[in-house]
Ligand binder design. Structure first.
Ligand code: FAD
Length: 459
């Protein structure tokens, strides 16, 4: 394709904005169509969660986009999970064991705004706000847009659907081709709340942690913001007991929180108001077998692989889509006719793997973290990583601190889990583990990891 040909991106969310930065830097003229108003300098609904956890794959993308220095100013490190147990005690469970093994809380709005401004600064990118993509005619390579009550049909050279989990590009594509689209909603929803800053502007609980109040079948989590507040999220069943359905007035909300999260209630003076002001969000997984239409249209980010948020990987995976797409453009010398059909084929196993790991991590966060065996396996995993760093890396670390393809991390994780179960079977302390058996099992079952995948979350 001639670089002058027009690339249209549907959606200036996290993935669409990053892609615009990266393609603009490569010299492509890009038009981004965004249905919302420009969030910069305005109080508009910035979409879903207020803050997000960024990890190695996201940081890698920021480095590639030349944005790390600016993004660094927006990040708050989180070194581990701060578990708030029912008896009121707090226990910090570190995510990793090297000093740089941290994840970072970042504001969705500030990050999105930074990427939009950077994209526009490149002079190759124009973002059209308050313009909605209504439908796509893939054979004619035309999109229908609506704005201010009028519609326009416009042609495109290449169309990238980065329009999120409810993607219109995807629904048009599903009518034009068999893309094997599936969506599964969880029977648990979420609601965002807030822990405001203390009167002196500082954080009311430990700033550098992801706080969890795990309660078996449900949980509350909190991620820090730069202004001293925390964004709190309740994850709970939609129906049954306990459930959102039962929380229908201020009294029932207060009673539920007082019974289950008394240490959090003390920090949330506006709890009942926030509860009824904020929407109850759905959580789901989107899978597509095919992500493209011939060599002219491609789905990326949540449009092709939305996942539940429990591994903090939806945005990170979408950012990795962008960096892998750039690597593929490089490999195929900017030949989009090869890249577009190949991309989804190569990437969808990874998308499916992180979708599964994200679902599994809900149980880990709300329940397994309460089980002493979980912590023993984690400690043994860290010990094995220190002894065999090129063969054994805990699955959480493979996903969060390295760029090991998700599918490989998933498969290695399953082997490692079997091995850990065998090693801890008759132990209740890390020192009791038979390290000679561990060595034999690791050499037999786990080959060396390609060093090219090793990451560093050091900033
Ligand atoms: P979106 O961010 O949804 O952006 C899509 C954009 O397209 C939006 O701007 C939208 O307005 C626009 N659009 C939609 N339809 C149209 C249309 N028809 N025409 C024009 N524009 C349109 N991920 C992490 O990595 N870490 C986390 O900690 C994390 N926490 C999360 C917590 C919650 C509660 C949720 C729900 C998600 C979380 N995620 C997290 C996932 C993350 O939010 C998504 O993976 C990410 O936003 C996907 O980016 P995207 O650009 O593909 O889609």
């Amino acid at each position: 394709m001639n670089k002058k040909e027009n690339i249209t991106i549907a959606g200036a969310g996290l993935v669409g904005s990053l892609l615009a930065v990266l393609l603009g830097k490569r010299g492509y003229p890009v038009t981004v169509i965004e249905r919302r108003a420009d969030m910069r300098g305005q109080d508009v609904d910035s979409g879903r969660s207020i803050n997000l956890a960024m990890s190695e794959r996201g940081l890698f993308a920021m480095r590639q986009a030349g944005l790390l220095e600016e993004v660094h100013k927006l990040l708050i490190p989180m070194t581990g999970r701060m578990l708030h147990l029912e008896d009121g005690t707090q226990v910090l469970s570190p995510y990793g064991q090297r000093p740089d093994e941290k994840i970072y809380s970042v504001s969705r709005e500030l990050l999105n705004s930074l990427m939009m401004s950077t994209a526009e600064d490149s002079q190759n990118v124009a973002i059209e706000f308050e313009t909605k993509l209504e439908s796509v005619d893939f054979d004619r390579k035309e999109i229908t847009l609506s704005r201010d009550g009028s519609t326009e049909v416009r042609s495109y050279g290449i169309l990238i659907g980065a329009d999120g989990a409810g993607s219109k590009v995807r629904s048009s594509l599903a009518k034009a081709a068999d893309i094997g689209f599936e969506s599964d909603f969880l029977d648990h929803d979420y609601k965002e709340l807030e822990i405001p800053p203390a009167s002196d502007g500082t954080h009311q609980v430990h700033r550098e942690a992801l706080h969890i109040w795990p309660r078996g079948g449900f949980m509350v989590i909190a991620l820090p913001n730069l202004d001293g507040s925390f964004t709190v999220t309740l994850f709970l069943a939609r129906k049954g007991s306990p459930s959102f359905e039962q929380l229908d007035d201020a009294e029932s909300v207060k009673t539920f929180f007082n019974e289950n999260f008394p240490s959090a209630v003390k920090l949330m003076p506006e709890l009942a108001d926030d509860f009824f002001d904020n929407p109850q969000g759905l959580l789901g997984t989107v899978r597509c077998k095919k992500w493209n239409y011939e060599d002219s249209a491609l789905l990326l980010g949540d449009a092709s692989h939305a996942i539940v948020p429990f591994h903090g990987q939806g945005m990170n995976a979408g950012f990795e889509d962008c960096t892998l797409l750039m690597a593929m453009l490089e490999e195929y010398q900017e030949n989009w006719s090869k890249v577009i059909p190949e991309f989804g084929r190569a990437r969808s196993p990874d998308a499916n793997a992180i979708a599964e790991m994200a679902l599994e991590n809900y149980v880990t966060m709300r329940d397994s973290v309460l089980d002493p065996k979980f912590h023993l396996k984690k400690e043994v995993g860290f010990k094995l990583e220190l002894e065999f760093p090129d063969r054994f890396i805990p699955r959480y670390s493979m996903v969060m601190f390295h760029n090991i393809p998700y599918d490989l991390a998933y498969r290695r994780g399953a082997t490692q889990d079997e091995l850990l179960n065998q090693l801890v079977e008759n132990c209740d302390d890390v020192e009791q583990v038979d390290m000679e058996l561990a060595r034999q099992l690791i050499l037999e079952k786990l080959d060396e990891i390609d060093p090219v995948y090793m990451g560093s979350t050091a900033l």
